[in-house]
Design a binder for this molecule. Structure first.
Ligand code: ADP
Ligand code: ASP
Ligand code: MG
Length: 407
């Protein structure tokens, strides 16, 4: 059995006209002899609409019920699309998360997939040419409906491709591939024909929302070949795959990513002694708050400041926890700065080239951009800059590393 997974995002299923374009892609794959697993998102705007409604109804919506509500967005898409396939004479059925079943943990609104028992799914593929599966949702170990976090349909698609034997997974969206940076911010961005799992992981983690981070983790772990393509063109798109020699040697930097979702928290005047970092960061970890960058100021007379960044959605909780710890350890207080953003340059080529960081810093300096925080890894350099300088920073780095295309 030749199986292909095709995932279509919200803008690809926005209305009947779009869905007909999706149908053309699916019909073509069926004609080529594939059994097709179509994974759909909610129609664009639908998830946001449902979320807004929940917060109008309730001050603090129950996460488990929020999931029941949000999952309806994808259920609507798969039912409508399956009807369209029937009109075309294609043998298809829909499946929601618990019918597959996609088993997840119990972290409502950002659940992780634990396993997919694909026996039933496979048997259904014998009977149908197309299974239209709801993205973004699963069923928890406690038999409750869960969702996989924003952008989670990418992960549903890659996970089902992995469960079916690491078959090809085509992610269709509104851009025709992975670009050197978000083409909506930098029109000179160029399409990358091939990108490694590692680079894509860094790009996604650093803010490029074209693929959800967890989908890339899955793809890397199970070696699923992932193509990012456009629903609205015939372009072959970008292949996300394993690294090979040629990719490492060709370019230093493959892309520039940015993230506007960062806030900087500073805990002032705390004692500079063993155990302080643990006291500060353990409670944040216990509350599932992801701390990204951390910088400790040079201490003066045994007193220091600790600065770190968190996601905007976690700010309130991070401040409350930090203030509590600050009091306990005799610190001076906590302040925050919400007007910052993160820009990152990414490339496996950095392993073979020294001086990439220096080049990035020099370029930002010449553009009169102040760097507030820095973090690096083997294939990434990230800088926190002022929010109003982000666009300039992205453009500067994009040009510096020779990524500008000719348009
Ligand atoms: P979908 O609804 O299909 O899942 P998303 O909106 O989640 O689509 O992701 C596609 C968007 O990702 C594009 O419209 C683009 O603005 C954005 N994006 C950010 N960084 C990149 C990048 N490096 N390459 C391509 N697209 C990017
Ligand atoms: N509908 C969900 C969202 O908007 C999942 C997805 O589109 O991938 O986040
Ligand atoms: Mg998406």
């Amino acid at each position: 059995m030749k199986i292909l997974v095709q995932k279509f995002g919200g803008s690809s299923v926005a209305d009947l006209e779009c869905m007909k374009k999706v149908r053309a892609k699916v019909t073509k794959a069926v004609a080529e002899g594939y059994k097709v697993v179509v994974v759909l998102s909610a129609r664009s705007g639908q998830t946001n609409k449902l979320l807004e409604m929940a917060y109008q109804w309730s001050d603090e919506p129950l996460p488990a019920e929020l999931d029941v509500l949000l999952a309806t967005g994808e259920q609507e898409s798969i039912a409508l699309f399956t009807m369209l396939l029937h009109d075309e004479g294609i043998k298809a059925r829909s499946m929601v998360g618990y019918q597959v079943p996609i088993l997840t943990d119990t972290s409502h609104t950002s659940a992780r997939i634990i396993s997919i028992q694909a026996d039933y799914f496979r048997s259904q593929l014998e009977d149908y040419d197309v299974i239209v599966m709801a993205g973004f949702q699963g069923v928890s170990t406690e038999n409750r409906i869960t969702t996989l976090g924003r952008g989670g349909s990418d992960t549903s698609a890659v996970a089902i491709a992995a469960a079916l034997g690491s078959v090809d997974c085509h992610i269709y969206t509104d851009v025709d591939g992975v670009y050197t940076t978000d083409p909506r911010l930098v029109p000179k961005a160029t399409k990358i024909p091939k990108v490694t799992y590692e680079e894509m992981l860094e790009m996604a983690s650093m803010g490029a929302k074209v693929l959800q981070i967890r989908s890339v983790e899955f793809a890397k772990k199970y070696k699923v070949p992932v193509w990012v393509r456009s629903t609205f063109s015939e372009d072959e798109g970008t292949l996300v795959t394993q690294e090979d020699e040629s990719m490492m040697e060709s370019v230093m930097v493959s892309g520039v990513a940015f993230d506007r979702d960062q806030v900087r928290v500073t805990v002032l005047g705390i004692p500079d002694k063993p155990g302080i970092s643990a006291a500060l960061f353990a409670p944040l970890a216990e509350h599932d708050i992801l701390v990204d960058m951390i910088v400790q100021k040079a201490s003066r007379e045994g007193i220091t400041d600790m600065t770190f960044t968190v996601s905007r959605k976690d700010l309130k909780r991070a401040l409350a926890l930090s203030e509590q710890v600050c009091k306990e350890i005799g610190g001076e207080g906590v302040e925050y700065d919400g007007e910052i953003s993160k820009v990152s340059v990414i490339g496996v080529g950095m392993r073979n080239h020294s001086g990439v960081a220096a080049m990035a810093f020099e370029a930002l300096y010449k553009a009169d951009i102040n760097i507030l925080m820095i973090s690096t890894s083997e294939i990434k350099i990230s800088c926190i800059v002022r929010e109003d300088q982000l666009e300039k920073a992205v453009q500067t780095l994009h040009t510096t590393f020779g990524l500008d295309g000719i348009i």
